[in-house]
Design a protein around this ligand. Sequence first.
Ligand code: TXA
Ligand code: MG
Length: 334
Amino acid sequence: MMKPELQSKIQAAVARLHDGGVVAFPTETVYGLGADATNSAAVRRVFEIKGRPADHPMIVHLADESQLANWAREVPSKAKLLARRFWPGPLTLILPRSHQVSNVITGGQDTVGLRVPDHPIALALIRGMGNAGGLAAPSANHYGRISPTTAAHVQEEFGDEIDMIIDGGSCQVGLESTIVSCIDNIVKVLRPGGVPLPALEEVLQQKIEVFDSHQSNIRVSGSSPSHYAPNTPLEICSSSTLWNRVSALGREGKRVATLEWSAPYTVHLDNLNVRRTAMPANPVAYGQLLYATLRQLDDARFDRLMIEAPPATAPWLAVADRLQRASYPVYCPV
Ligand code: TXA
Ligand code: MG
């Protein structure tokens, strides 16, 4: 049961949304910045507040699978299987859009991203939008920045620029949803996320391709499409080269913070200015902590964040993807 104060906050938020307001709310992945998906002016305001280019489409959040038909003109069989297994949950399906989906949401594309989040507050807000309604929402951060996993992070990002923030504590998944394109029943992962690739493959009984939009640009200075990025330059190094790099930076007088997931090993710090953070060796637990940890280290204004590269295995795909996008384009000897 929800506390009465929270219930009345949700009611007030629904009223704001019906009036074209913009409300930040928790989901199981990250906080979203929501607007009535049937109100183009409200959706446009979300783009403006985020500083997001208009051709970068937004996900429409639904309360359950039965609402799919309002937003998608066709739901291929594989999409149905995935929705049935993973909704509510951290999965976004890209489907052919229905006539009611505005160009503002899709950036003019013929497809739409749909997801049923697994969070009581998000679901209560969506239900408040009515059966034919939905909540258009990107992550509640400025374009290109780290997604928020607490209400305080949203407050830091937007302060009074938005109409309301509903506090639902820390997000359980901590990384964004897995985005799966299902156009013409051809399944591709466009963004690894909360639902791991092996789980998708098990349900569909097939190998699934991961479309990699950024791999070719990694570490090419200037052309890398930085995203999910802290302000502090971030560099990824293999476990075996991490300490050479850290020592070299330390000798240059740089203040360095490390994120390490492998079992602690002895290193001689030689009075270098280094803060070590032990991260979980489990990808789910690591993902849950990643954004909050990056924000904390960002606030401490180190010169460089040195990240121990995660294992190159399927369960780590989402973490590895976010770290790569956040990484500073510098050459790291491997
Ligand atoms: O976990 C999540 O997905 C969170 C929570 C709030 O639900 N939302 C989120 O939204 O991460 P956003 O807007 O920050 O990222 C959504 C991504 C964007 O990169 C966008 O390009 C992609 O989804 N996307 C949305 N609609 C699409 C479409 N029709 N085709 C291809 N990509 C799409
Ligand atoms: Mg985002």
